[in-house]
Design a protein around this ligand. Structure first.
Ligand code: SF4
Ligand code: SF4
Length: 409
């Protein structure tokens, strides 16, 4: 595609990156067929090709309108289009750049601004989020069923083994997950401890930055990335082998730190090093698989499982099929799930900002996941888990908890 970017962005790092991405797009439209919002709305401008065209216009100098913003807001950033695209168009980066420009040109209403501010600040403050969750749990009995299901039960984390091995990995603690589901990181720590690796949950780290970054507060997101790098750096220098993130939505962000901070002279090297060390648990556990498999009780509690691969795992990190292999290898039966490439509608804060679209995507996803009547739904991202759990009475768990349950002590 030919481009002629406007002077305001042409010679900036974002402008050069966007220009290269736009030029890679041949406008073939293959991506449209696998876009969840195009499937729901049937409007070209609610599919990747139309959004690319909108972003191109804005970067070429046409003023964005509320319609432009709406079509970009409706995008889930699921990156299903990237997986489909035969030309390797990095749509996810392009939409981040386009949204930031549109945000500066189209003011939001006071209520939208307030909602976004509350999400950005409230979800990443463990104190605020923890307090809200306590109130929600206390009021569950008087809430409507649909709302009560959105409030998860309190969970016991179980023991986190003390650091006793020479081999160490950093476990990123994130923002909402330690409050909502502390058992996930603890399960990873127990699995790794059994094969001689200690998991270090570093105090001082927190939100990976994805939450504000994808709410168009890019500078705030990068500030959180820098804070994490400062918190993790001593452990990296002491020889941590990997930076592991149990929520794939956060993991994909950490893997992107090197790219996002490439133009920051103070942090570029640290960010590149951290990104090189960033691993999803399925990669680390895959590497250690022979030793882990030797400690699995194959005959213990096998179940029929429907696995939901989060978009950040399958499209963002390109790790499709890996968790399913492990679940099968430890004796579970995986039921077939139609349209596994499609987003469940969680997508960070999307389920709150675009509730109608998110609810319909959840309804379709749960119909596909439950068609074969599995005993359990399993995923690898806390956002997807909570979103799906809000629409079903079946248990929804993280695959690391399922693996931990199967291992001999
Ligand atoms: S993003 Fe890829 S698949 Fe979609 S129109 Fe462009 S080249 Fe075609
Ligand atoms: S990221 Fe997802 S929702 Fe957005 S255009 Fe691509 S496929 Fe559609």
């Amino acid at each position: 595609m030919q481009t002629n970017l406007a002077a305001f962005i042409r010679d900036t790092p974002e402008g050069r990156e966007a220009d290269a991405i736009l030029r890679a797009c041949v406008h073939c439209g293959f991506c449209t067929a696998t876009c969840p919002t195009y499937q729901l709305l049937g409007d070209e401008l609610d599919g990747p090709r139309g959004r690319i065209y909108l972003i191109k216009e804005v970067l070429e100098g046409k003023r964005a309108t509320e319609r432009t913003q709406l079509h970009l807001d409706r995008c889930l950033t699921c990156r299903s289009c990237e997986t489909t695209c035969p030309s390797g168009v990095q749509y996810g980066r392009l939409v981040d750049i386009g949204r930031a420009v549109v945000e500066r040109q189209v003011p939001r209403s006071p209520s939208e601004r307030a909602t976004r501010y509350a999400l950005s600040k409230g979800l990443r403050s463990r104190t605020l989020f923890g307090t809200a969750l306590l109130f929600g749990r206390a009021a569950r009995g008087v809430l409507p069923t649909a709302l009560a299901r959105k409030v998860p039960q309190a969970q016991r984390a179980g023991p986190w083994p003390p650091p006793r091995h020479a081999r160490r990995v950093i476990v990123t603690l994130g923002c909402v997950q330690p409050t909502l589901a502390p058992s996930i990181d603890a399960a990873l720590a127990r699995v790794l401890d059994r094969v001689g690796i200690s998991a270090d949950g570093i105090a001082g780290g927190g939100c990976c930055g994805a939450l504000p970054y994808h709410l168009n507060e890019q500078e705030e997101g990068l500030a959180l990335a820098r804070r994490n790098l400062d918190a993790w750096w001593p452990a990296i220098e002491r020889g941590a082998e990997a930076i592991v993130t149990t929520s794939s939505g956060c993991g994909v962000m950490v893997k992107d730190y090197g790219h996002l901070l490439a133009h920051d002279p103070a942090y570029a090297k640290k960010a590149a090093r951290a990104a090189a060390l960033a691993r999803d648990p399925v990669e680390l556990i895959g590497d250690e698989w022979k030793r882990i498999a030797a400690k699995v009780a194959m005959d213990r509690g096998s179940q029929r499982i429907a696995f939901h691969p989060p978009c950040t795992l399958q499209h963002g990190m390109k790790l499709k099929g890996r968790v399913e292999e492990i679940l099968r290898a430890i004796g579970h039966e995986l039921v077939p799930v139609a349209d596994a490439h499609l987003c469940c509608g969680s997508a960070g804060t999307y389920s709150i900002l675009q509730p109608a679209l998110a609810e319909e995507l959840k309804r379709r996803k749960l119909a596909a996941l439950q068609a074969e009547r599995p005993a359990l739904i399993v995923s690898s991202n806390i956002g997807c888990q909570m979103h799906l759990a809000g629409g079903t009475s079946r248990p929804v768990r993280h695959w690391l908890e399922v693996l931990d349950d199967k291992m001999l002590s």
